[in-house]
Design a protein around this ligand. Structure first.
Ligand code: OSB
Ligand code: MG
Length: 368
């Protein structure tokens, strides 16, 4: 397809409640919505970089800059392209995977809409709905936490993920198990907040039959994760560390991870995400789809990815309502604990013009 321009919108969506992780508290989602305009259909992409460089080096202002200055001009200069060519075309720009992922997503969506194919069937989805999990932030008190968990369980969420950090780990996990029992999947996510010297504390989590502990140590601590994995019964799952299929292959080979959180933004796009799925599956490593507080655009696309056969654990793909009062697309909803895999052309959802306008804080056009 030939792309004539990209519309870049900066959006701000208020969260229904503050979301606290070991790296900070978010009260609103800042994102970039990309619209790829072509000689065929238009395509939509979402850049999941956070407002600040606290989860990974990328942040929304930087993503905007690299998109407008480097990535989109290169793509527009390339002429007729396919989605498969986006990553190789942008290879000369180092890093910035979340920014690159948003470009590939918009191009892929346009291409799939033009050929009336859903992202789910393009990626190789084998199911029509995916089990839904929810990520629960660090709360001011244990009471606040158990109240929130109770309400997510009554919504029907099949798996609960608790954010942890030093000082907020064994106590919240123990309280949730004590109050709600063992009949649902429970896991924790430290977002790199520990070091190997915390192994004895982390070992205490073995008592609670957790599905996994996500990214306890630093992004680059692959060897130390392998060492920790030998000490714990709870499986280690890497998130931040897995920035590419190569990183996934290395972490698997080094036995640093027995489960992988796949986030398309973190790894540079849905095509790389599928490669990680394939590598993990070939190695008997389970994967699940992570989340970055996506709007309906990214949420719909994540549901398509999570429908691949290697995604054997519930993902962080919750309903739009978990984060947003009003989404920019038709809301993604929870039905009996599942999210329906969109089967319309492309990502299967389209922003509602009035809702998108309402949350847009600025718009920039990049044209050929
Ligand atoms: O580590 O999985 C994470 C949100 C922002 C940045 C990192 C993470 C998260 C979440 C939320 O846990 C997942 C979601 O979108 O529901
Ligand atoms: Mg994580």
């Amino acid at each position: 397809m030939k792309f004539t321009g990209f519309e870049m919108r900066r959006i701000t969506l208020p969260l229904v409640s503050p979301f606290t992780t070991s790296f900070g508290t978010q009260t609103e989602r800042h994102a970039i919505v990309l619209r790829a305009v072509s000689d065929g259909a238009d395509g939509w992409g979402e850049c999941v970089a956070l407002a600040d460089p606290v989860y990974s080096p990328e942040y929304i202002e930087g993503a905007h800059h690299v998109l407008s200055t480097y990535l989109l001009p290169r793509l527009l200069a390339a002429g007729d392209i396919t989605a498969q060519q986006v990553t190789p075309l942008l290879h000369g720009v180092v890093g910035h995977r979340m920014a690159k992922a948003s470009v590939e997503m918009a191009v892929l969506d346009a291409e799939l809409r033009a050929t009336d194919t859903s992202l789910a069937s393009y990626l190789g989805a084998t199911v029509d709905r995916v089990p839904s999990g929810v990520s629960v932030g660090i709360m001011p008190t244990i009471d606040d936490l158990t109240h929130a968990v109770g309400s997510y369980l009554s919504d029907g969420y099949q798996r609960i993920k608790l954010k942890i950090k030093p000082g907020w780990d064994v106590e919240p996990v123990s309280a949730v198990r004590e109050q709600f029992g063992y009949s649902f999947g429970l896991q924790v996510d430290a977002n790199t907040a520990y070091t190997l010297s915390d192994a004895r504390q982390l070992k205490k989590l073995d008592a609670f039959d957790l599905l996994l502990i996500e990214q306890p140590l630093g992004e680059e601590d692959i060897r130390q994760h392998a060492e920790l994995a030998r000490m714990l019964d709870t499986p280690i799952c890497l998130d931040e560390s897995i920035v590419s299929a190569e990183a996934a292959a290395d972490a698997i080979a080094l036995k640093a991870t027995t489960v992988i959180n796949v986030k398309p933004g973190r790894v540079g796009g849905y095509l790389e995400a599928r490669r990680i799925h394939d590598i993990a599956r070939a190695n008997g490593i389970a994967v699940w789809c992570g989340g970055m507080l996506e709007t309906g655009i990214g949420r719909a696309a994540n549901a398509a990815l999570a429908a691949l056969p290697g995604f054997t654990l519930p993902g962080d793909i919750s309903a739009s309502a978990r984060f947003y009062e009003t989404d920019i697309t038709e809301p993604i909803v929870l039905e009996d604990g599942f999210i329906t895999v969109p089967r319309g052309p492309g990502i299967g959802v389209t922003p509602i013009a009035a809702e998108l306008d309402r949350v847009t804080t600025s718009t920039q056009w990049i044209t050929a």
